[in-house]
Design a protein around this ligand. Structure first.
Ligand code: HEC
Length: 240
């Protein structure tokens, strides 16, 4: 039986891992190695753990302390069941879940309750690795609508932009690094007397054009700086 909101435990004995990891304990299984949750069974590995599991199954849910009147409960139920509201499309009566014990893989929905930052990282990696949204979504096992909605969230969009900028500036840095070698190649071909004349002329042309363009950009940059400085001085002057 899957347990936990995110169905990451398959039997109460799997909480051995909660004791060991989240609660930083030593666990109750002493003379065996516990199986990772939802792989092989962890029952019968520790009498204490089995007893704890039995105890947990006896815990019955208590009715809501909000003692609402029957009429408003019925009204709420009607809203819950409405197809345009959609709750019952996942929370299907009578068990109010679309999960079944036999379905494999177990049905999960990302409703935003998991580890947000970890999930966000996974989404971003998938978006960077796959050319399209559909492909990223299917790699993540979520619907493309879910992923699309995520991209609409400002904080997610910003994190995604940042990741892309970083990846891009890494590529630019590699190009800049490689430009040294490129210049070396051009100069070598240009000055190589054995190389065909056409290649040497072509290399010389690229060298000239690139140098010219570089000079123009430097020139524009310097003039822009002067203009900015002048504008700044002007602003200061007016403020005084
Ligand atoms: C896309 C499927 C889906 C839809 C639609 C949906 N839910 Fe859920 N709901 C879930 C899942 C999955 C969980 C378990 C949370 C988790 O896995 O972290 C959940 C959990 C809950 C819980 C917490 C239950 C608990 O045991 O604590 C409530 C309450 C709830 N939903 C109410 C609603 C209501 C009300 C609606 C309609 C407005 C709705 N849900 C629509 C999938 C859905």
């Amino acid at each position: 039986m899957p347990l936990h909101w995110s169905a990451d435990r398959c039997q109460f004995q799997d909480f051995e891992f909660t004791i060991r990891q989240l609660q930083a304990g030593t666990g109750l299984i002493v003379s065996a190695v516990p199986n990772p949750p939802c792989t092989a069974s962890n029952a019968h590995l520790s009498a204490d753990l089995d007893a704890l599991a039995v105890y947990c199954t006896t815990l019955a849910p208590k009715p809501s302390p909000l003692r609402l009147d029957a009429a408003s409960v019925a009204r709420g139920q009607a809203i819950f069941m409405r197809s345009d509201v959609g709750c019952a499309s996942c929370h299907i009566p009578p068990r109010f879940t679309d999960s079944t014990l036999s379905a494999s893989p177990f049905i999960k929905h990302d409703v935003g309750t998991g580890n947000r930052s970890k999930r966000q990282d996974q989404y971003i990696v998938a978006l960077m690795e796959h050319p399209t949204l559909d492909k990223a979504a299917s790699a993540l096992g979520v619907s493309d609508v879910t992923l699309w909605r995520c991209l609409k969230k400002p904080e997610f969009a910003e994190a995604f932009r940042k990741a892309r900028r970083e990846a891009f500036s890494q590529s630019i840095a590699r190009l800049q690094h490689a430009s040294n070698a490129a210049v070396g190649t051009l100069l070598r071909v240009m000055t190589d007397r054995e190389a065909p004349a056409a290649s040497r002329v072509r290399a010389a042309d690229v060298v000239l054009q690139t140098a010219l363009r570089g000079m123009e950009i430097e020139d524009i940059d310097a003039r822009l700086r002067e203009l900015e400085a002048a504008a700044e001085a002007n602003k200061d002057g007016r403020r005084r």
